[in-house]
Design a protein around this ligand. Structure first.
Ligand code: HEC
Length: 110
């Protein structure tokens, strides 16, 4: 009976949405405080929470901001923490719950 009760709980655990910080919109996972501190000074954190990329692409974006947008250098430790966080929590989406809305059905943007 105990095992059965546990099985009933599993889907709830698996579907639990990650906790999101109300101010920044960042997923509260290891490393999020570094990202809050370093990635919200020039633009909204929303610029990154709406982005999905693999680790290499996140690194490219950081290098691009460092080369052209005055983003400061990080220590290797901080950079690793930031990249771990971004690639774990803002990875390319697989298994979308629904297909993306086709371009033709989207409202016109002007
Ligand atoms: C020193 C200022 C500065 C900081 C700090 C900064 N960025 Fe940026 N970032 C920019 C600028 C400027 C842009 C271009 C904004 C635009 O196009 O409107 C940008 C754009 C972006 C974009 C959009 C890129 C695209 O291709 O559309 C993402 C994602 C991003 N930043 C993520 C981050 C992350 C992650 C951090 C922390 C590691 C960070 N930013 C910290 C200046 C900064």
């Amino acid at each position: 009976m105990k095992v059965f009760a546990l099985l009933l709980l599993l889907p709830a655990v698996a579907l639990a949405e990650p906790e999101v910080d109300a101010t920044t919109g960042l997923v509260k996972a290891p490393g999020w405080l570094q990202v809050r501190a370093h990635c919200g000074g020039c633009h909204s954190h929303a610029l990154l929470t709406q982005q999905r990329a693999d680790r290499d692409t996140w690194l490219e974006m950081i290098r691009w901001m460092q080369a052209t947008q005055n983003l400061w250098q990080f220590t290797p430790e901080v950079e690793t923490e930031i990249l771990d966080y971004l690639s774990a929590n803002y990875a390319p989406r697989r298994g979308l719950r629904r297909a993306p809305i086709p371009e033709a059905l989207m409202p016109a943007s002007n």
